[in-house]
Design a protein around this ligand. Structure first.
Ligand SMILES: C[S@@+](CC[C@H](N)C(=O)[O-])C[C@H]1O[C@@H](n2cnc3c(N)ncnc32)[C@H](O)[C@@H]1O
Length: 282
């Protein structure tokens, strides 16, 4: 029997997002490896500035699945709306997001716990809703899009962001060839529920899509030690006990079975900008 996709398995999400330091380590390993591709928060800000009629007079900006708040803080600093609300299901990430807030004149920033299938905001209350790298954690991403359509004000915008199905496939090959998980390149993509090729269709289930942007991001990890810092918390692989969450042990195993080498990999990032369909409003 096929194992459930780890990104849709609630128990695995607790393991992935229950420790802010672990997620920060993984993200920082990926960012140090990046060789091309704009910072995602900057692209989100620029899409809002391009497509919203009054980006200089925004009310509420909602960052759904905000994690440690990186995009929320960029949205606050660069768009200066009245209020930014970051929403996430993981309390440990929200706690770290709150610690990262710096005071801004005229913009308040709040982080709240919630489930994106049932957004705790009134209908028509948000000018912008961002959902970056989180819709692939929903077994029913269209339900989340319907919630976004509900909370957007007339003239509001949604910016949805995801990765392509084959992102980082060179890592799968490395893990398989080192014998860490011989089936590594045959597992289902983590991004199956919401990926570059179905994101616009998902958005169109409740919104009008007005722009789609694809961007190639490239990464070079220096060698096994660097690669292991990202791989160690990747739930895609069936690693031997003691390797998951343990970059040192994972790096030692890679060194044992493969000569040290840089790992070059890539990911396509897709941004979909969509607006409420006025005709569908009740
Ligand atoms: C990969 S992180 C993305 C964080 C951030 N948006 C970014 O771009 O860096 C995915 C986030 O989605 C959150 N998430 C997963 N399921 C959720 C749900 N049902 N409701 C709200 N947030 C959820 C996780 O807790 C995690 O913080």
């Amino acid at each position: 029997m096929n194992k459930p996709n780890p990104f849709l398995d609630l128990a695995r999400q607790q393991e992935l997002y229950g420790h802010a330091a672990r997620l920060a380590g993984r993200t920082s390993a990926l960012m140090r490896a990046k060789t091309s591709g704009h910072p995602v928060p900057e692209t989100i800000v620029s899409l809002v500035q391009t497509h919203h009629a009054r980006p200089d007079r925004l009310g509420v900006v909602l960052d759904i699945g905000c994690g440690r708040g990186t995009s929320s803080l960029a949205l606050a600093e660069q768009l200066r709306p009245q209020r930014v609300v970051g929403l996430d299901a993981a309390p440990s990430l929200l706690a770290q997001a709150r610690e990262r807030v710096t005071e801004l004149p005229d913009t308040t920033v709040d982080f709240i716990e919630g489930d994106f299938h049932d957004l705790p905001l009134p209908a028509g209350s948000c000018d912008i809703a961002v959902a970056a790298f989180c819709l692939y954690h929903s077994p029913q991403p269209k339900d989340v899009i319907a919630q976004i359509a509900r909370i957007l004000a007339p003239g509001g915008l949604a910016v949805l962001v995801t990765k392509d199905l084959d992102s980082y496939q060179e890592m799968d090959r490395l893990v398989a060839s080192a014998g860490l998980d011989p089936q590594a390149d045959q597992h289902e993509s983590l991004y199956t529920a919401a990926h570059s090729r179905n994101l616009a269709d998902l958005a169109a289930s409740s919104l009008d899509v007005i722009a789609v942007l694809d961007e190639e991001h490239s990464f070079t990890f220096d060698g096994h030690d660097h690669t292991a810092q990202y791989l160690a918390t990747n739930p895609k692989y069936d690693l031997a006990p003691g390797l998951y969450g343990n970059p040192g042990a994972l790096a030692a195993t890679l060194h044992e079975f493969l000569p040290d080498q840089p790992l070059v990999t890539r990911s396509r990032i897709t941004f979909v900008v969509a607006q409420p369909n006025e005709g569908r409003r009740p």
